[in-house]
Design a protein around this ligand. Sequence first.
Ligand SMILES: NC(=O)c1ccc[n+]([C@@H]2O[C@H](COP(=O)([O-])OP(=O)(O)OC[C@H]3O[C@@H](n4cnc5c(N)ncnc54)[C@H](OP(=O)(O)O)[C@@H]3O)[C@@H](O)[C@H]2O)c1
Length: 299
Amino acid sequence: MKIVVTGSLGNISKPLATELIQKGHQVTVISSSNDRKAAIEALGATAAIGTMEDADFLTHAFTRADIVYVMETLKSDAFFDHSLDVVEGITQIGYNYKQAIERSGVKKVVHLSSIGADKGPGLLRFHYNVENILRELPEDVSIKFMRPVGFYYVMYQFIPMIKQQGAIFSNNSLERKTPWVSPLDIAAVIAEDIEKPFEGRTIRYIASDEVSGRDIAKILGEAIGKPDLQWMEISDEQMLNGLLTAGMNPQTAEGYVEMNIPVRDGSLYDDFYSHMPVLGKVKLTDFAKDFAIAYNQNQ
Ligand SMILES: NC(=O)c1ccc[n+]([C@@H]2O[C@H](COP(=O)([O-])OP(=O)(O)OC[C@H]3O[C@@H](n4cnc5c(N)ncnc54)[C@H](OP(=O)(O)O)[C@@H]3O)[C@@H](O)[C@H]2O)c1
């Protein structure tokens, strides 16, 4: 099949494109950077260079595809750009995808959404918005909404905290177990699901492991040679002040803290636990090895 993969050679899209090519599909990978062209072609894919902000480019890239995998993202420092409304920016990308899907005539869509897209608390509002924008597409467009939980790689943000303050500080719970996921498991689930029939609108949650704040501190601490590493619960106000001090856009920082409230009390996962997936292969102990390498490289 002809499959278009957005998200360039990112955390999910690279292993996804690689697996789809191995399975014999004709894959086009979208990147915003001309510098990525050679690496995309080296995988055996066609490169389409353009941005998610450009609906005409997306329409052209999607034309004649059997299936498109769509994900939304903004530039890497978006959370720290004080002139950017992140929710608005991502929501606009949702409208661009909708327009491109309609105009190109593609009928099968895999959408990278998120845990919490059913309620959209805080920053997760953009996933709620984009799912609902895509649901406005004509009924003959089938959509598989993929809802991964929080990514392990978010934990890299603990590295400077551990180095400077000797602990992990979070407004998330010390004791409550929450699900986490590896992009490799997300790519594997999507690569498998893409070859199954598309029927209407479906939702699939994706997770790799379930751990508490205490487990995270223990597993990451042991991996970096600090077995006594602690997870310190802080208030929402302290969390907000920390993010603002780090330079985060105030609106984004508020959305981040607000998003963590239902993570902490568990209510974000109500629908997840009603449709609990089989957990993937990559456990936190596996991610901890990558975490230790990054920790040791960070001076
Ligand atoms: N963090 C979480 O816990 C979490 C949880 C649930 C869902 N999610 C979703 O997962 C997504 C991240 O997925 P990922 O880790 O696979 O992505 P990623 O690796 O962060 O980024 C994908 C690539 O997209 C390309 N890109 C960036 N801006 C672009 C633009 N304007 N137009 C076209 N391409 C652009 C960039 O490559 P080039 O430089 O080559 O263009 C980038 O490396 C998030 O955006 C969010 O929607 C995250």
